[in-house]
Ligand binder design. Structure first.
Ligand SMILES: NC(=O)c1ccc[n+]([C@@H]2O[C@H](COP(=O)([O-])OP(=O)(O)OC[C@H]3O[C@@H](n4cnc5c(N)ncnc54)[C@H](O)[C@@H]3O)[C@@H](O)[C@H]2O)c1
Length: 446
């Protein structure tokens, strides 16, 4: 049945996930190598895909009394992990075994057991510009006469990968680029494409990958806080090409916890006067973020969360005067094992103050890899789903992001449980199932 007009979507409308799914990754550092080695470890039965909703999550269908709660992966037509093929780009050369060793996330023994597989993947030379990531010195990069030429070189790489795979998605796992506000060149596709030819300084490398990807009709997800596809020009291209987009910035550690705790205070009408968040991080991401211009991009992404959850303009007595601070300090001894502290000053009945301290000793890429996997699988599903593929931004995937991209004029939902409900209801919707509203009056009628 067609999903055009008012007809309800049906599972049968979704094109089946046949053949190989190619995952293309600009930036093959800690997150990308942990994702790729992790998928291979799961495929070989060495480990479980913990943290991945698409692999381990369940979904209730129908009434609570129906007892029908399948695993999402058994019910939704997602690509099988055995059908995934990886490629990508980076500036360091070498292969993914070396890159994973440098990242220092997974144990040496675990990497050794997958050595031939990891050595078989070599990142392609990247499109890179040090103006955008100041702390990194490239060993290999593409050379071109202008940005249009460079973007077309990426298109050629994509075309080559297309000949080896049946469907593709791209996910940016590259470094965080410096902070910029949208400029006129980002406002229309026409201005953007003119800017490519004219080498406009406000077009970032990540935007070149995104443009090339969307031009090829391939979905693009952004795991970093850069603007990238959060600009009207690329949103226009996404809709035009029926190539879904989403972003930005994986919601993994401190912000994940923040978007669980803040809704709890709000729902109990507890006030908040201060929220001080600091991190120590010693991986390459931490090194890149040590530059103030790159940190600014991350800071903006992390700061917006409380504003949207607490809605201080609607609750001025409880949330009108919050001191919110976020810091990230580069501290090499910890490597990828980040420590994030939160001190939260709250107040309750009659204004009496209380404090909560959170100390999250997490592993950055261990938390990010399953999110990257889910995003690839769900973006591939979106591209095969008539109801979703022409929408441009896939807001139902905001569950995965610190700073979710949304339609113009629509504020983002940051509450993790609203985001999770949105994701699961979208899956129910496209599969022709009833949505779950939690109303539940039917259990109490005659
Ligand atoms: N928990 C997490 O790990 C987490 C959470 C949220 C966001 N992120 C973001 O995800 C991204 C990746 O994180 P990571 O820990 O893997 O960092 P990383 O430094 O280990 O890897 C990033 C890689 O991108 C490469 N790169 C930079 N510019 C590039 C370009 N133009 N083209 C191709 N490659 C390029 C770098 O050489 C590096 O190898 C960062 O932007 C980070 O802020 C990570």
């Amino acid at each position: 049945m067609s999903t055009s007009g008012t007809a309800s979507p049906q599972a049968a409308d979704i094109t089946p996930a046949k053949g190989k799914l190619g995952i293309m990754i600009p930036g093959m550092g800690a997150v990308a190598t942990t994702l790729i080695a992790g998928v291979e470890a799961v495929r070989r039965g060495f480990a479980k895909p913990i943290g991945s909703m698409s692999q381990m999550g369940t979904i209730r269908l129908g009434k609570r009394t129906d007892d029908n709660t399948p695993l999402i992966r058994d019910w939704a037509p997602l690509a099988d992990l055995n059908d995934i093929v990886f490629t990508g780009w980076d500036i360091f050369g070498g292969n993914l075994f070396d890159a994973a060793k440098t990242a220092g996330v997974l144990d040496r023994d675990q990497l050794e057991s997958m050595r031939p597989f990891l050595e078989s993947i070599e990142p392609m030379p990247a499109v890179f510009d040090q103006r955008w990531v100041k702390r990194l010195d490239p060993k290999v990069q593409k050379i071109g006469k202008n940005k249009c030429d460079l973007a077309n070189q990426i298109r050629n790489d994509i075309a080559e990968f297309k000949s080896k795979t049946d469907r593709q998605v791209m996910i940016w796992c590259g470094s965080t680029e410096i902070y910029i506000e949208p400029k006129p060149v980002h406002m229309t596709l026409e201005a953007f494409e003119k800017g490519l030819v004219e080498d406009d300084p406000d077009i970032a490398p990540s935007m070149l990958y995104a443009w090339a990807c969307l031009k090829e009709g391939i979905p693009f997800a952004n795991g970093a806080p850069n603007l990238t596809v959060d600009i009207p020009a690329l949103q226009e291209l996404s809709k035009k090409m029926n190539a879904p987009i989403c972003g930005k910035d994986f919601k993994t550690g401190q912000t994940f916890i923040k978007t669980v705790l803040a809704p709890a205070f709000k729902t109990r009408q507890l006030g908040v006067s201060g929220w001080y968040s600091t991190n120590i991080l010693g991986n390459r991401d931490g090194e890149v973020l040590d530059d103030p211009d790159n940190f600014k991009t991350k800071e903006v992404s992390k700061l917006g969360v409380l504003e949207h959850i607490f809605q201080p303009e609607k609750n001025p007595e409880l949330y009108g005067d919050i001191f919110h601070k976020v810091r990230i300090n580069y501290y090499p001894p910890r490597g990828d094992n980040k420590e994030g502290w939160d001190n939260i000053d709250i107040f309750g009945w009659l204004g009496y103050p209380m404090q909560i301290k959170v100390d999250f000793l997490c592993r950055d890429s261990i938390l990010a890899a399953p999110l990257a996997l889910d995003l690839c699988l769900f973006m591939d599903l979106a591209a095969r789903t008539p109801t979703l593929r022409g929408l441009g931004i896939q807001e139902w995937l905001s569950f995965y992001f610190k700073d979710p991209d949304t339609a113009p004029g629509v504020y983002p939902e940051h509450d993790l449980f609203i985001q999770s409900m949105k994701l699961k209801n979208t899956l129910r919707h496209i599969m022709g199932e009833d949505l779950i509203t939690h109303l539940g009056l039917e259990y109490y009628g005659d």
